[in-house]
Design a protein around this ligand. Structure first.
Ligand SMILES: NC(=O)c1ccc[n+]([C@@H]2O[C@H](COP(=O)([O-])OP(=O)(O)OC[C@H]3O[C@@H](n4cnc5c(N)ncnc54)[C@H](OP(=O)(O)O)[C@@H]3O)[C@@H](O)[C@H]2O)c1
Length: 229
């Protein structure tokens, strides 16, 4: 994909569930090195040079890490959900670095959202139901992924139903119903590695991109081009 042999990563939110999963996977990949594992106040914890910041923390943590990325002129990838609208606008319009944001960084979930959109077009006139299940520690509800899926099938976010159950990584189920039949589409994340591995792959692509704001749709285009070339 590019000529660099290895990239130094700063993980923001390093003590969290995603942070810990990312760190474990980075240690398994020779082309990546963990340069900084920041818990709070990332700016004060920078002890080594790095090539990219990957943030899975909190809205506050994401904003602090974005400022740090800008001051170091390094690419910034965040998967933190429930980000304030003003911050999303700032990342989209005022960035001088490559910035990537997705409420779900899994390419598989991106394709699932495309499938859902296509299904909603085909089953026009059917009732649509979207239900999501996550672990009991999740702070936002409905999930960022559920909001994206709802948007894709033109369902108001207020109609999404949700459950918080045990350690469930993330399940999103869509049902299209008519008086005569019912169609179900479900995506079930079995393991947090699904998101962490995808984030690391996106990071290695992002470091090659010019300044700008990128989403899953940009990354999916790149991946599909790679597959077909
Ligand atoms: N986009 C995706 O595909 C995707 C996938 C999974 C999760 N997520 C999102 O990623 C975020 C993290 O998820 P998680 O499950 O890893 O949550 P988590 O286990 O609660 O981890 C969050 C971590 O961020 C730390 N933190 C709090 N404030 C911070 C700050 N100002 N600066 C740096 N770090 C700070 C927390 O530290 P303390 O414990 O000390 O508070 C905690 O270690 C959530 O928004 C979640 O919805 C997104």
């Amino acid at each position: 994909m590019n000529n660099r042999l290895s990239y130094g990563v700063l993980i923001n939110g390093a003590g969290g569930k995603m942070g810990q999963t990312l760190i474990r996977l980075i240690h398994q990949q020779p082309q990546l090195g963990l340069q900084v594992a920041a818990t709070r106040n990332a700016a004060e914890q920078v002890t080594a040079d790095f090539d990219i910041i990957i943030d899975f923390s909190t809205p506050q943590g994401a904003q602090e890490a974005f400022s740090l990325a800008q001051s170091h002129q390094k690419p910034f990838l965040t998967g933190t959900t429930n980000l304030p609208e003003a911050f999303l606008q700032q990342m989209q319009h005022e960035t001088k670095i490559p910035v990537f944001f997705a409420p779900n960084v899994s390419l598989s979930v991106y394709f699932f959202t495309q499938l859902a959109q296509e299904a909603a077009r085909m089953y026009r006139g059917y009732g649509i139901h979207l239900h999501e299940i996550h672990h009991i520690h999740k702070k936002d509800a409905p999930s960022g992924t559920a909001k994206k899926l709802a948007e894709a099938v033109c369902l108001p976010a207020s109609e999404v139903t949700y459950e918080r159950m045990g350690e469930t990584v993330g399940t999103h189920s869509l049902r299209f119903t008519s008086p005569l039949d019912e169609i179900s589409l479900t995506h079930k994340a079995l393991n947090r590695d699904l998101f962490a591995q995808s984030a690391l792959e996106i990071a290695q692509w992002l470091v090659t991109c010019p300044a700008g704001f990128y989403t899953m749709s940009d990354y999916a285009k790149f991946k599909l081009k790679e597959v077909h070339s």
